[in-house]
Design a protein around this ligand. Structure first.
Ligand code: AMP
Length: 283
């Protein structure tokens, strides 16, 4: 695995790789890697792509300063994990490299409705920061395929929208990979590293709520199941932010189950100062 810290060096190297006819697969991450991240890299390798992983904890997408400061950083372990998983290139830029003084390199994108609901509503400015960093990284790596995790469902929709807005990204395909979970159903997340034992013991509840939303279709009204989920989360020490049902294609919020649509259930809840999110498609 070759590690690049500078945009120009990475560009020059990837140009040579592209000239040889290889397809570039790109997995952007914020590090503190786990098997969810590795599954994206494995998918890229399975597709035969030359795989570039980036690790960059993007300051502009953190609406909560403390969350940014406490975000786990485990670069050495990350590098070992990537070598083990067969990563070709790791891009490890500094903040100055991603956001240089020259303003034309940083563009701001708007995401309309997507930025007003759920994560957009609870984390003002978050998707603006996500758009900014992903646009910048895509313009550096210029991949053939971008690999994202369904774990961040709304983010996938935002990035799909972003790709449509960017010029020069017409040939880019987006591959969304399934959510990797721990044995109790907890979606793998870098933030899980910060959970205390008692918090970790109840963290699987988010997944259980999603399962109960899915299994009670046609049995109970969603509004009842939603209230049960909110109550049990609060009882177990969570501060739930939302338990929501939405159209899976455009994230229109639904008050009740509508089996004529493809639906997704989405949850966000805090335990202590750790914010967890999860979702499940309800086909
Ligand atoms: P992050 O480092 O949290 O920004 O995540 C980098 C990428 O990994 C994003 O596309 C995430 O959606 C994806 N990802 C994070 N957690 C998981 C998971 N449990 N399963 C699959 N993909 C994930």
């Amino acid at each position: 695995m070759i590690i690049f810290k500078k945009e120009d060096d990475l560009r020059a190297y990837l140009l040579k790789i592209k000239e040889k006819g290889a397809n570039i697969g790109f997995v952007p991450t914020m590090g503190a890697l786990h098997n969810g991240h590795v599954s994206l890299l494995q998918q890229s390798r399975k597709n035969g792509d030359f795989t570039v992983v980036s690790i960059f904890v993007n300051p502009t997408q953190f609406n909560d300063k403390q969350d940014f400061e406490k975000y786990p950083v485990t670069i050495h372990e990350d590098e070992l994990m990537l070598i083990d998983a067969g990563c070709d290139v790791l891009f490890l830029p500094s903040v100055d490299e991603v956001y240089p003084e020259t303003a034309e390199k940083t563009t701001t994108y708007e995401f309309g409705y997507l930025d007003t609901v759920l994560e957009g509503a609870h984390r003002p400015g978050h998707f603006k920061g996500v758009g900014q960093v992903v646009a910048r990284l895509l313009s550096i790596v210029e991949p053939d395929t971008l690999y994202l995790g369904q774990k961040d469902y709304q983010q996938c929709m935002v990035i799909k929208d972003l790709i449509g807005q960017m010029s020069g990204m017409e040939g880019l395909s987006l591959e969304i990979c399934p959510i990797k979970r721990e044995a109790d159903g907890l979606a793998m997340s870098s933030r899980n590293k910060r959970l205390t034992d008692p918090q970790r013991n109840v963290a699987g509840l988010l997944y259980q709520c999603l399962v109960s939303i899915r299994t009670q279709i046609g049995e109970k009204k969603f509004s009842i199941v939603q209230k049960e989920c909110l109550d049990i989360l609060s009882d177990k020490g969570f501060e739930p932010e939302y338990v929501a049902l939405a159209d899976a294609t455009d994230l229109t919020l639904l008050d009740e189950y509508d089996t004529t649509r493809s639906m997704v259930a989405l949850i966000a809840a805090k335990i202590g100062d750790i914010r967890l999110i999860d979702n499940m498609l309800l086909q």
